[in-house]
Ligand binder design. Sequence first.
Ligand code: SF4
Ligand code: SF4
Ligand code: SF4
Length: 157
Amino acid sequence: MNRRQLLTGFVKGKEQGFIRPPYTSAQTDFSPCKECDAPCVEVCEEGVLFRDGEGIPALSFKERGCSYCGECLKSCPHGVISESSKTIRAKVQIDPQRCSAWNGVLCFSCKEPCLDNAIKFNGLYKPVILPDRCTSCGFCVSVCPTNAVKVVANEDA
Ligand code: SF4
Ligand code: SF4
Ligand code: SF4
């Protein structure tokens, strides 16, 4: 979380801070977005893109995740979404206090949609997200019945 977000205490559901689209970086200049019709939001097949209060696109994993389909990259008329790296700059974590499987209840809801096999269970319990495998796609977030999967934006990464 950057300083502005710390100061404003911005929290959006289980997501903290604005998570920027894939194919952007800490060096991306988002200023053209403010004057743009945001075709990226229209073409997103998963419906995970929205515009923040300044008109800059951001991701929400409240209902779906990012499939890395690349349509936002192709649609951007100003070269803002343009990086070759598809990385989403956010950290995904499981909160052991909220997670059923950390508290003796069987649950694998987050593991099933994780195509990157990035959630490791210790036997049947205590799942953790492997940072070297996780692509921050967010598909594990909305399926969690206890809101235990948290996403923290890292716009400076
Ligand atoms: S890569 Fe595809 S799913 Fe992901 S934000 Fe862009 S348009 Fe949406
Ligand atoms: S955000 Fe990470 S842990 Fe969750 S489904 Fe995607 S790759 Fe797997
Ligand atoms: S879906 Fe949620 S409650 Fe279930 S194991 Fe995953 S993090 Fe825990």
